[in-house]
Design a protein around this ligand. Structure first.
Ligand SMILES: [Zn+2]
Ligand SMILES: [Zn+2]
Length: 599
């Protein structure tokens, strides 16, 4: 019998799952509108996602953006109808029969995988959908919504399945919140790293090579080199050593590390060579462990901080790949620290200090910090014993507190192998991105039976920390492009200053300036074409180059150049030497002394 849903009691905008329910209810209303406007449309799934919802449809009609206002208008009518959301249950067989009559094969597939005997449905205004709920009480609560975009999506994200059409939308409790969100989306669109990556010729993904594999073009590669150089210098300065290790290893190694069981779904299929199976690495950890184990270590060598810009390969479904942000091959700024229990606190603090320096150097001003610990009620899920978990969680907590860093503690959110600290940045338009991670590991030192000889001559097990600060260079680059909207700070810009001549008479003088600047370490380009200066300025501005040097007869006579900043401000007349000095001052601060010496 249909009933008012006991779960769907009225909730208020401040309640924790308000937006989730609102958006999910909005998805149902959208599905109703679509089926009414496009008869014969079959339904896939319609979940909520971060900041919105979607629904997947199977229809002959190819949706275009012009369809969205029509669908929205019908949704608005349904919403205004003040229809209650009504829950009902059917047993599985009944539910399958019901959908057979409606020829909804995707729904049948879902029901067949539900373990429970009974499945629930929600109905509003005569439209019924398979759904666990809960929902709003009535459609009238859906007021502030917007349909946003359309994309193709394979059923269940699998390219062997039919391609459905996905419509994305969002809903908020208040009109002002919806407006703010839409403005931010507009801004995000302008900053989309895939669009800017093309316009600024930074990177590409080549169909011929395969999805999720990144080609760094010269300008992008130059930025990466600058990032890597900075990072390597700082890494050395902080007492790390470097390693280079292979991109693949025999299966046995991944069996020892446990990756072939807990990480199997994210690994590429094995390659068979000389009757052995090799696997591309999804992580660098086991390789650094092999270096650690290559000799018997003494406490005197600890902490051993091994760093590598390590390229890894992870299988991601093609449906989730996204520009530089979600890829199949990427390079991590990875490090593993092997230390004694007494050294843990100082090492975690050192990692945190380094992470904060990364944030500051790359212009990310705000961050959210999370401390993830175990769920002490569920110890069977975790490696390590209760004492280790409590002790190390307390160490991480105290390190954060000692630095006065506000953090959220997330109980039960740690990986199975140890507690961790995660740092998120908030970008220029208020979006948050996970960046640095510092993780303790109780698992791998056990699995690989790591040892060191202690001061009293006993064999002890070292502690191990995994840490990545930028995360992946690919993803970091994507975030950096979007954060700066492609207008990189001078120290990262592939071209720092571009010279534009007003007439051909200034070409020799212009080339002289470029030579001086290059010798002074400035990255430059010249535009010596016979085009109008206005056009040259416009083109260089689109390339978001920090400085434009304009050179005409006046500048040539005075042996100067007229400097113009990226946003168009006139910075007056300078000599080439003054410009070199100015650009040097914009380099990030480097510490003069090694801040941490080992031994
Ligand atoms: Zn639902
Ligand atoms: Zn690791």
């Amino acid at each position: 019998m249909p009933q008012r849903d006991p779960q769907s009691k009225k909730i208020a905008p401040g309640d924790s799952d308000y937006l989730e329910r609102l958006r999910h209810s909005c998805a149902h209303v959208m599905a109703q509108a679509v089926q009414e406007l496009f008869p014969g449309t079959k339904l896939g799934i319609g979940p909520t996602i971060e900041n919105g919802f979607y629904y997947d449809f199977d229809t002959q009609h190819p949706f275009t953006l012009e369809d969205l206002p029509r669908i929205e208008a019908r949704m608005r009518e349904i919403a205004h109808g003040k229809h209650p959301f009504i829950r009902s249950e059917k047993n599985k067989q009944e539910a399958i029969e019901y959908y057979k009559r409606k020829e909804e094969k995707f729904k049948i597939e879902i029901i067949q995988e539900i373990p429970e005997e009974k499945v629930s449905f929600y109905q509003q205004n005569g439209f019924t959908d398979l759904c666990r709920g809960p929902h709003m009480t009535s459609t009238e609560e859906i007021r502030h919504f917007k349909l946003l975009s359309i994309s193709g999506a394979y059923w269940r994200g699998n390219e062997k399945n039919p391609m459905l059409q996905r419509i994305y939308g969002t809903a908020f409790a208040a009109e002002s919140e919806l407006k703010t969100h839409l403005e931010r989306l507009g801004e995000a669109k302008k900053r989309d790293h895939r669009k800017l990556g093309k316009e600024l010729d930074l990177f590409s993904i080549q169909e011929k090579a395969g999805p999720g594999l990144i080609f760094w073009h010269p300008k992008g590669a130059l930025i990466r080199k600058i990032i890597e150089d900075w990072l390597r210098d700082e890494t050395l300065r902080r007492g790390y050593c470097f390693a280079f290790t292979p991109h693949l290893a025999q299966r046995q190694l991944w069996e020892t590390s446990g990756h072939t069981s807990f990480y199997k779904d994210n690994m590429f299929a094995p390659i068979e060579v000389d009757a052995a199976h090799y696997l591309l690495r999804p992580m660098n950890c086991p390789f650094h462990i092999l270096i650690y184990q290559d000799t018997l270590r003494s406490y005197r060598e600890l902490p051993l901080r091994l760093a590598e810009l390590g390229t890894v390969y992870r299988y991601e479904r093609s449906g989730v790949l996204h520009g530089l942000l979600r890829v199949r091959g990427f390079t991590q700024d990875d490090a593993h620290i092997f230390c004694t229990p007494q050294q843990i606190k100082a090492e975690v603090d050192g990692c945190l200090d380094f992470a904060l320096q990364v944030f500051q150097t790359f212009g990310f001003t705000q961050s959210q910090v999370d401390l993830s610990t175990w769920d002490e009620k569920n110890p069977g899920k975790y490696s390590g014993n209760a004492q280790d978990w409590e002790r190390t969680s307390e160490i991480l907590r105290s390190v954060l507190e000692a630095r006065g860093i506000a953090f959220r503690e997330r109980r039960g959110e740690a990986a199975f192998y140890g507690p961790k600290i995660d740092l998120q940045l908030i970008d220029a338009i208020g979006r948050s991105w996970q960046l640095s991670t510092i993780q303790l590991d109780f698992n791998l030192p056990e699995k690989f039976r790591l040892e060191y000889v202690s001061e009293s001559g006993l064999r002890e097990r070292p502690w191990m920390i995994h840490r990545a600060l930028l995360g992946s260079l690919e993803r970091f680059f994507g975030i950096l492009i979007e954060h700066h909207a492609g207008a990189f700070p001078t120290w990262l810009a592939p071209v720092q200053a571009k010279l534009l001549t007003i007439t051909d008479a200034q070409i020799p003088y212009g080339k002289e300036i470029l030579k001086k600047l290059q010798e002074g370490g400035v990255r430059t380009e010249g535009d010596f074409r016979g085009e109008k200066i206005g056009l040259k300025i416009r083109e260089a501005t689109l390339q978001k180059i920090p400085y434009l040097m304009i050179v005409g007869k006046k500048e040539q006579d005075a042996k100067t150049l007229t400097l113009r900043a990226r946003k168009g401000e006139d910075l007056g007349s300078l000599t080439p030497e003054q410009l070199i000095q100015k650009i040097k001052e914009e380099l990030p601060h480097k510490g003069p002394e090694p801040i941490d010496r080992r031994g």
